[in-house]
Design a protein around this ligand. Sequence first.
Ligand SMILES: [Fe+2]
Ligand SMILES: [Fe+2]
Length: 315
Amino acid sequence: MMKILVAEDDALLRDVIYNILVLEGYEVHSTVNGRQALDLFVSVKPDLIVSDIMMPEMDGFELLEEVRSLPQGVTMPFLFLTARTERTDVKKARALGVDDYLFKPFNAWELIEAVRTRLNRRKSVELFDTRTAHLQTIVMLTNVIETRDPYTAGHVDRVRRLALSLGFALDWNTEEIAILEFGAILHDIGKIIVPRSVLTKAEPLNDEEWEVIRQHPQVGAQMLEGVDHLRPAIPYVLYHHEWWNGGGYPFGLKGTDIPPEGRLLAIVDAFDAMTSDRPYRKGLSVADALVETRKNSGVYFDPEMADVFLKTYKE
Ligand SMILES: [Fe+2]
Ligand SMILES: [Fe+2]
């Protein structure tokens, strides 16, 4: 249940606000001034503070400043209640970085709407922050792996960009795109088991060495198995070396038996591999890699996705 801390010195208005918000299903803690609200702030841990500006003992602005100075109050959302005539108050509030007011007098519906809007905005900001934090952590992890292999430097980032633009071009939804980004970044994470000597070998690899490389999709998938928010990215890791004609690994799946995540990533991963230099060969030009992709459409790659890729790449 969302918690709202209310500071309002007018007893009648305080009761009205309390009742409206309780009826809406919020847990409400009401106080008579800023001082009391501040005392309750730490123990209540509210999701939102609704505060009058003019109050005895500690007014709304002082409350805001005090809350902002606490570690748990830095991003605490405020909704100020103020009379339309208190122009100077509004100016002062703007200066303090507050842009949420509800002007008195307000009706129940306006209060509910203002509270809901403010809480929703907080939720999406939080979601964004968490997502960004996760992304940065896994980028760090893949950077660690990339430093072991100077020849693939930048591969993960290029695959991520190519995969995102192909995902958008295929009209995948926001949720799918979000998972796609994680999957593209993590797709080669299982390469952690490949010895550095194999990754940097100047000669073509022998059978034994290929065998180790071919394990990386399953090893990577196992690594993500125990992480709740990364598990949806597993299909990218597990199926990105499957080929449309059934000649890929680890399972040798064919056509649409390969999950779409794997089919998409196979195209952009191979495209970047073709254009990159390797110890034992020089990379293709972009033009030649596009020709190769076209040639291998329906052989290695899902022909419909390859079509979209070629079209979007040229644009
Ligand atoms: Fe791979
Ligand atoms: Fe790769």
